[in-house]
Design a protein around this ligand. Structure first.
Ligand code: ARG
Length: 566
């Protein structure tokens, strides 16, 4: 729709040359389409020209003339409202969508720009929690969105694959290896070892000493310790890849904290040379009191580096390797302070690219209104959430449409899609209400609802059995207001993708798809698609096809597949 907005802004600029008003930026969308497609508010002009805004709107309407693109211009109090020519609108937008069934809305604004996205990033041998789930879903979608806009995207899974927990797990494995079978659900098995270690260490504190010893051996690169660690890491990644695959997510690299425990030492030296490192209670810190932040811990009193200092090294390495234009950290809100400290210390080190680093936080999951507490043993595995959703969908299909072809694949697409959509439709920072009944429902603001709308259009098109030749459609036949609203919703799709990337907010796309489905269903309930008039039918089928294309591309940006039938 930007082109139309441009054109309207140009018409205004022509009448008011020399004005420094941002006509395009000020343009609004009237709440009721019956009032117009765009509205220009005259308040700023009023200040400049020292006239009443209503008077200005009246004068402008007198001066502006409709043309091939704008069919009507009218004053609504202090606004100048514009109506876009229906035929022109439909032709431009629908042609574009129909010509790009697989990539409608894709753009090239990201050419020669690289975005690094750190997301998912779970910890090995520690619980995969809801924070990781949301990070996976949101980060995965952001990756697709940026790629669609032509950016080069580095999807980084910054695994928590270093730290004292490995001492504990290796120690536990040495003690109780007979009790676990790492060939089956290894992530859960490793966690079992970790939990058992803590239980046993309460009774026998000497285990803690052993674990520390193991971690020391690891940091000293003792081959036995390293091999075990390597194994734990490999089997974890293998299992993770399978789950990510179900959500259409691929990482460019799995480069976890272990890559940086040595480099973190070098960063500590750099800090020292710059005079930024100070000793405090035996530990080495960077004093950030000047910036109203608590001290940033670089080294522990025993000289080992930490999560915090490894993040400095990782950030520098990312910049050196990718020369990113943006570096995003899709991490829960509880790490806001940590990341702000990291960015500040990078700045103090003299890296001007520190300002390109952005924390992308998000809210919690509420299960029937209750905050999930992973610490209390109620651990949520992403995989189980997906499995449960798929199982429930399978039951619904069995009941509603038992003869459906490829039931299993459809259940997988719909179940997984429901979980992803339930997360992504929310403004990221808000908490997510997670209730299986609601998210799996085929109506309401859900993934299955969108997939269902998509499948319904598909069967409509199939039933009509008409070849849709874009160049032979008479777009002038789409004169109904309900049709215009559908065309506009298709037309806004590319703008929404751009906005989602700017605001790092996949929910903008999710919400837009809901409105698209809603206006389409309004149209569908008000008018017949297949009519006695062959040409009208074709134009309406073309409209329906454009909606189908938009839905499937939009869903894909959220990691959701759209089945042809359901
Ligand atoms: N592994 C960390 C955790 O689970 C998240 C890592 C986020 N990324 C980063 N560069 N700090 O809390």
């Amino acid at each position: 729709m930007q082109e139309f907005k441009h054109e309207i802004a140009r018409m205004l600029t022509d009448k008011l040359p020399g004005s420094d008003i941002d006509f395009e930026g000020l343009m609004e969308i009237p709440p009721d389409p019956a009032m117009g497609d765009y509205a220009f508010p005259c308040f700023q002009l009023a200040k400049q020209l020292r006239k009443s805004p209503i008077k200005i709107a009246e004068e402008l309407v007198g001066q502006l003339e409709p043309n091939g693109i704008v069919s009507e211009i009218k004053q609504v109090q202090a606004y100048v409202n514009f109506f876009i020519n229906k035929e022109e609108l439909s032709r431009k937008i629908l042609t574009r969508a129909l010509h790009h069934p697989l990539d409608y809305g894709a753009q090239n604004i990201g050419a020669n720009k690289t975005v690094a996205i750190d997301f998912s990033s779970p910890n090995i041998a520690k619980p995969f929690n809801i924070g990781h789930l949301r990070s996976t879903v949101i980060g995965g979608s952001l990756k697709s969105i940026f790629e669609y806009l032509g950016y080069e995207v580095q999807g980084i899974n910054y695994l928590g694959d270093w730290g004292t927990q490995f001492g504990k797990v290796i120690c536990a494995y040495e003690e109780w290896r007979d009790e676990v079978d790492l060939t089956h659900e290894p992530i859960k098995q490793l966690l079992k070892l970790y939990v058992k270690f803590h239980e046993e260490a309460e009774k026998d504190p000497s285990l803690n000493e052993k674990a520390r010893e193991w971690f020391k051996r690891l940091e000293e690169e003792d081959p036995v310790a390293l091999e075990l660690w390597e194994d734990f890491k490999d089997i974890t990644i293998e299992t993770l890849i399978q789950v990510y695959h179900r959500m259409g997510i691929e990482f460019t690299e799995y480069s976890g904290e272990s890559r940086y425990f040595k480099k973190a030492e070098q960063v500590a030296d750099m800090l020292d040379k710059k005079g930024l490192l100070v000793e405090s209670e035996g530990a080495m810190i960077v004093d950030l009191s000047e910036y109203d932040m608590p001290p940033f811990l670089v080294k522990k009193s025993d000289g080992t580096t930490l999560y915090s200092s490894r993040d400095l090294a990782a950030a520098i390495d990312r910049y050196e390797r990718f020369g990113f234009t943006q570096s995003l950290y899709v991490v829960g809100q509880e790490q806001t302070l940590h990341l702000n400290q990291v960015f500040k210390v990078l700045e103090l080190l003299g890296y001007d690219w520190a300002e390109r680093c952005t924390h992308v936080p998000f809210g919690l999951y509420l299960f029937s209104g209750e905050k999930m507490a992973t610490r209390k043993g109620r651990i949520i595995y992403l995989e189980d959430v997906l499995d449960d959703a798929v199982e429930l969908i399978r039951e619904i299909i069995e009941e509603k449409n038992p003869n459906l072809l490829e039931k299993e694949q459809v259940a997988e697409m719909v179940g997984v899609g429901a979980v992803l959509f339930a997360d992504l439709k929310n403004t990221r920072i808000k908490d997510v209400q997670f209730d299986y009944d609601k998210i799996l429902s085929f109506d309401g603001e859900t993934g299955p609802y969108l997939q269902y709308t998509h499948a319904r259009i598909n069967s409509l098109l199939k039933k009509a059995g008409k070849e849709i030749e874009v160049d032979q459609i008479d777009f002038g036949l789409l004169q109904e207001n309900e049709e215009k609203e559908v065309v506009k919703a298709v037309g806004y799709f590319p703008d929404k993708i751009q906005e989602a990337a700017e605001k790092l907010e996949p929910s903008i796309i999710a919400k837009h798809l809901i409105s698209l489905a809603a206006v389409f269903n309004t149209f569908y309930n008000a008018h017949r698609v297949i009519t006695d008039n062959e040409e009208v039918s074709k134009a309406r089928l073309a409209l329906a096809l454009a909606v189908k294309i938009t839905l499937s591309n939009g869903l894909r940006l959220l990691g959701i597949k759209a089945p042809e039938q359901m």
